[in-house]
Design a protein around this ligand. Structure first.
Ligand code: SF4
Length: 435
């Protein structure tokens, strides 16, 4: 099993942890939760017999991925609170809705619209408009993440988009399954991207294949591309942050510790382990109580102990501990953190990309400029609806959306007379333009 990975990458600890996940066979998604828990207990027992955390350093010493960065943008936030039509600080978007994987937990899979790829000029004009919009000169879009509802590396314009955004001075980053990265110039990507985050959900190749719905060869391909990136970053001194992200579901929680160990062996900057989002009907059947259980807590704390001075393994506790429920009904955050679908549809957030929510669509960059969409009456109509009495985020939205923590902070300010709370330290907060 582990033979398929370049063996020199893996430590004996990782190999042993990966091997342990085969205890109930390799049909990983057919096991019971009790069987998965039993494997995790075996893993913890094993770790307690060795010195796996001899070089432990608090994972948030190096990089803190679970912070709210609104307070680092006081001018924009104040203009927003004053009622000005501000540019989003961050836009999360995709260049396509396509994806060659079929992950079991994929929220985007619930929202498939007819695919509608745009031509390059549409994207170029979009990026130019990102620089133009705003309530004052230079108060434009500061950062774009290519995540949203599609695998942007499937677009022929992926690298061109990244390079052009970088040229314009907009921070640009990507969340990807990593499979198609090898088709692009990795050196250019490492030079232009602020962060490159690869979704990687299991350390056992067969578990990876089953959880992520991909071919057998994908696992090694992505690992090899990661290795090439690591070498390039070291050799050329690129500033990009390279990390893996695991979307954790109880069904394959036994992959957490092997993955935390494997990522340390590989030499990437971080592994972040996060919850899974679900739609308002709970279509994916995510068990949010499990995330808050003692077992999950213990597992994730062990995962964090793999951290060292150069590698951070961390859980996204803020969302994991939130559970399913929101504290607010009105949604304030989307003008500061806007989303755009891989179809070109501008909607306030990913919850409303599907055509069933077309009353919440603001425009489509294939049909009119982003500048016009942002300046339109429709933009304000949709934004105002989300902060009206007619809207209730507690019952009308997907769970734990991208904007959730931004929304919480704005709710506290607007409805509870709170103030923007500054983080205690900022030297360990990366990518400050991604709020
Ligand atoms: S609270 Fe609802 S409307 Fe607001 S961003 Fe989240 S999912 Fe969208």
């Amino acid at each position: 099993m582990t033979q398929s990975l370049p063996n020199k990458i893996l430590s004996d600890v990782t190999k042993r942890l990966i091997q342990s996940t085969e205890k109930y066979g390799t049909r990983f998604l057919s096991r019971t939760i009790e069987e998965v828990s039993d494997i995790i207990q075996d893993q913890i027992k094993y770790l307690n017999t060795i010195d796996f955390d001899a070089d432990f350093v608090d994972p948030r010493e190096l990089i803190h991925l679970d912070t709210n960065k609104l307070s680092l943008h006081t001018e924009r936030v104040q203009a927003f609170l004053d009622g000005k039509r501000v540019a989003p600080i961050t836009i999360d978007m995709a260049l396509t809705q396509k994806c060659s994987y079929a992950c079991t937990f994929c929220y985007a899979g619930l929202q498939q619209n007819p695919s509608a790829p745009a031509i390059w000029n549409v994207y170029k004009n979009f990026l130019d408009d990102c620089k133009k919009i705003g309530h004052a000169p230079n108060e434009c879009v500061k950062a774009i993440s290519l995540v949203s509802d599609g695998e942007s590396t499937e677009s022929p314009y992926f690298q061109t988009f990244v390079e052009y955004a970088h040229t314009l001075g907009i921070d640009i980053s990507v969340g990807t399954n990593g499979l198609r990265l090898e088709n692009f110039d990795l050196d250019v990507l490492a030079e232009c991207l602020t962060y490159l985050r690869i979704n990687f959900n299991a350390a056992h190749p067969k578990a990876y294949q089953q959880v992520m719905g991909c071919s057998e060869t994908s696992f090694n391909k992505v690992i090899q591309t990661t290795q090439t990136l690591i070498s390039l970053i070291k050799e050329k001194g690129h500033k990009v942050t390279l990390g893996y992200q695991m979307v954790l579901m109880p069904e394959y929680a036994d992959q957490v510790l092997p993955l935390a160990s494997m990522c340390r062996d590989m030499g990437i900057n971080y592994l972040v382990i996060k919850h899974c989002s679900d739609d308002e009907q709970g279509s994916l059947g995510v068990d949010y109580k499990w995330y808050q259980s003692e077992k999950a807590d213990e597992l994730l704390k062990y995962a964090e102990r793999f951290s060292t001075a150069t590698y951070s393994s961390q859980a996204k506790w803020s969302k994991i501990r939130t559970g399913r429920d929101r504290i607010y009904s009105k949604c304030y955050g989307t003008p500061l953190l806007l989303q755009m679908s891989g179809t070109g549809i501008v909607a306030p957030c990913g919850s409303f990309f599907h055509k069933d929510y077309s009353h919440n669509h603001i425009g489509d960059i294939k049909e009119e400029s982003f500048y016009k969409i942002w300046a339109s009456d429709d933009y304000m109509r949709v934004i105002n609806f989300l902060r009206s009495e007619k809207f209730d985020a507690k019952s009308m939205c997907a769970t734990l959306c991208l904007q959730d923590k931004v929304n919480e902070q704005l709710y506290n300010i607007i409805e509870k007379d709170g103030v923007l709370t500054k983080p205690k330290r900022i030297d360990n907060i990366p990518h400050t333009n991604y709020i």
